[in-house]
Design a protein around this ligand. Structure first.
Ligand SMILES: [Zn+2]
Length: 323
């Protein structure tokens, strides 16, 4: 049994100067939980930390949801009165049809100063194919509105950027130099992230206050066929793009309250690692933990789906903040 360190990033204060995500609350997630069970500690792959994207506090989630409601009213997101599926209260959002929203992607490969270490074009293409297939429901999940159009792959030799840690000056400089487009454009940066992290992303609601920082960072060896087994089938990219479209982790909020703000992902007390079939950490008589969901922390070979509720949330968040 390995001891597990929680993944929450170290540098949230620098990252989320956004009104919704002020820093101090993040540290709470690192405190030992006296109610922790073996499930909670069962990370067989402790060398890797799945994701550095912030897990906001309950208060921050509530504030973000309230801001979203206000922005959504202004933006006029269509709703479907009495419709089924995700969402709670009022009419459910009208989800745009499967495959109807094409997102332009700029993929930034960073090499060291000597031009080594970065992903090849074939690896970039394979990574994008995995993301596209996942959001299309091709691996067994719900077919979301999103498709991904790789416009350009850029290659940069810069040893400082090649190992830029989350929130570092090097990361800021890299993004300021390479980022393309507005809130609707997805910029992905791949390099040797370090610290065992597989990646991190920004939420749609963060764009307005920190546009240059917007985007997704992934560990270059997490791409399909990379060296980061069991996280080398490209699902780090899928997971981080999920955040970029507004999805929280499935364990957001634990067993309490609205959790990840999606009604058809079962509540989960803590991240799941490996592929623990039958794991059920909330025990409210509901369904087992959503270990097969892209927004959990399980192995790439285990996760294969987004739900209809997640598609609706991602659609609504991106409609309001990225359209
Ligand atoms: Zn994550």
């Amino acid at each position: 049994m390995h001891s597990k360190t929680k993944i929450i990033c170290c540098l949230t204060s620098a990252l989320f100067t956004v009104s919704m995500f002020t820093a101090p609350a993040m540290a709470n997630s690192n405190k030992a939980n006296p109610n922790q069970t073996a499930w909670d500690r069962a990370n067989p792959n402790a060398a890797f930390k799945r994701c550095g994207t912030a897990d906001p506090s309950a208060a921050q989630v509530a504030a973000a949801e309230e801001q979203f409601r206000q922005f959504s009213a202004l933006k006029g997101k269509p709703t479907k009165p009495g419709g089924g599926g995700g969402g709670d209260g009022g009419g459910d959002p009208e989800v745009r049809p499967a495959g109807s929203v094409s997102i332009d992607v700029y993929f930034h490969v960073i090499n060291d100063d000597n031009g080594n270490g970065g992903n090849t074009q074939a690896e970039v293409n394979a990574q994008m194919a995995v993301i596209d297939n996942a959001f299309a429901g091709g691996s067994g999940g719900f077919a979301t509105p999103f498709t991904f159009n790789l416009v350009e792959t850029t290659y940069t030799n810069n040893s400082a950027w090649f190992t830029a840690s989350q929130g570092s000056a090097a990361e800021q400089q890299m993004k300021a130099s390479l980022r393309v487009g507005g809130p609707e454009t997805l910029n992905i940066y791949s390099y040797n992230v370090g610290g065992g992290l597989l990646g991190w992303a920004t939420f749609p609601s963060s764009y307005a206050t920190n546009p240059q920082y917007d985007g997704v960072v992934i560990l270059n060896s997490s791409v399909p066929g990379g060296a980061s087994a069991p996280y080398n089938e490209g699902d780090t990219g899928t997971h981080e793009v999920g955040h970029w479209l507004g999805l929280y982790h499935t364990f957001q909020g634990g067993c309490n309250g609205g959790g990840d703000q999606v009604s058809d992902t079962a509540a989960e007390r803590s991240p799941a690692y490996g592929c623990p079939v039958g794991r059920d950490t909330c025990r409210k008589g509901g369904e087992p933990d959503p270990i097969y969901n892209f927004m959990d922390y399980t192995d790439d070979s285990c996760m294969f789906k987004f739900t209809a509720g997640q598609a609706a949330r991602a659609d609504a968040q991106s409609f309001v903040y990225r359209k």
